[in-house]
Write a protein that binds this ligand. Structure first.
Ligand code: HEC
Length: 184
């Protein structure tokens, strides 16, 4: 009997839909699992957006100063400085998985994420120089020269995000860092 078999199939289908809905209801009531902030691209996008809020307007348009972009010594120094000062948290591959960073909340930014690639280099400069207060990201101004910070900015974009931010640098050097204080 064809009609009987169809009814069985429809019954099975309805049962599956009801079961799925019930499961979704149960799953929906569970507290969200604690996912580290850099575990998904969406989380990194949210993190980068939050960090941008800390960056004063005047930094957003800043470009790698041409004098730094053409400074071969600083360029050569950057990878070693990255390994020495940054890789412990941001990881050798820049993906935010350094041993010193995994327990941090928020997690170190994953530089391989498109959200970081598309963020303005002036913002990265600001956060490296002034830190992100209340997080593991310390201010490096003073410990590192301005030239070295810009060289690190260029290095992390090029090495981990495949973007040469110095290519956009043109015209005279920007005004010196307008803010002598630590991040908000
Ligand atoms: C102790 C761990 C730690 C070290 C060492 C560290 N960072 Fe970070 N870094 C962080 C954390 C955590 C964040 C995220 C802060 C937040 O979400 O507010 C961060 C954020 C950043 C950002 C912001 C990215 C963005 O989207 O604005 C940049 C750029 C950065 N770090 C570069 C560096 C560089 C370069 C060094 C080395 C000089 C370094 N960091 C060393 C933990 C670290």
């Amino acid at each position: 009997m064809h009609s009987r078999r169809w009814r069985l199939w429809i019954f099975a289908g309805v049962t599956a839909v009801v079961a799925a809905a019930a499961y979704a209801g149960v799953a929906g009531r569970r507290p969200p699992p604690s996912i580290p902030e850099t575990a998904s691209p969406r989380a990194t996008a949210a993190q980068v957006a939050r960090l941008l809020e800390k960056v004063p307007e005047s930094y957003l348009q800043m470009q790698v100063p041409p004098a730094v972009a053409s400074d071969r010594t600083a360029e050569r120094r950057a990878p070693a400085q990255y390994r020495l000062y940054c890789a412990s948290c941001h990881g050798e591959r820049g993906d935010g998985t350094g041993a010193g960073g995994v327990a941090l909340n928020p997690r170190p930014v994953d530089f391989t994420d498109p959200a970081f690639r598309d963020s303005p280099p002036g913002a990265a400069y600001y956060i490296i120089a002034h830190g992100s207060q209340g997080t593991g990201m310390a201010p490096w101004r003073g410990a590192l020269s301005d030239t070295d910070i810009w060289a690190l900015v260029r290095y992390i974009y090029r090495e981990f995000a495949g973007r040469d931010v110095a290519a956009a640098a043109a015209g005279p050097d920007p005004a010196p860092d307008p803010e002598g204080v630590t991040a908000r």
